[in-house]
Design a protein. Structure first.
Length: 122
């Protein structure tokens, strides 16, 4: 065995404890598998912090949405509540609150014009 070949194998054996393993194949061939150490702790910590932040934001938004559903008065603060029964216009059939309807005789209409025109032909 040549001296250079012995030196290469000795070097590989010394490194095999920390970097990989050396297997002797039939003949003079050498197979070396290299394993890269996975100690990238700063990147792992960053990834963990990002995941925790996303989960925390999701939980906070979910809690706030649930709290807003529990108080229905706050969700419709900009719209006035419609009170009373809905009635149908005798002329066009549009449904509207009784408080906004125009009465003419025993029928209700959505506007003064429809009250003047009378019931529709439907």
């Amino acid at each position: 065995m040549p001296l250079a070949d012995r030196a290469a194998r000795a070097c590989l054996r010394q490194q095999s404890g920390s970097m990989g393993t050396v297997r002797r194949l039939p003949g003079n061939a050498i197979r070396m598998s290299i394993s890269v150490p996975l100690d990238n702790h700063p990147m792992g910590r960053l990834f963990l912090l990002v995941v925790l932040a996303v989960v925390a934001i999701w939980l906070i938004r979910r809690a706030l949405a649930h709290a807003s559903r529990a108080e229905p008065g706050d969700a419709r603060a900009g719209k006035p509540p419609v009170q009373g029964d809905l009635v149908q216009c005798a002329h066009c059939g549009t449904h509207l609150p009784l408080a906004e309807a125009r009465a003419a005789g025993d029928r209700v209409y959505c506007s003064d014009e429809h009250a003047r025109l009378g019931p529709g032909r439907s």
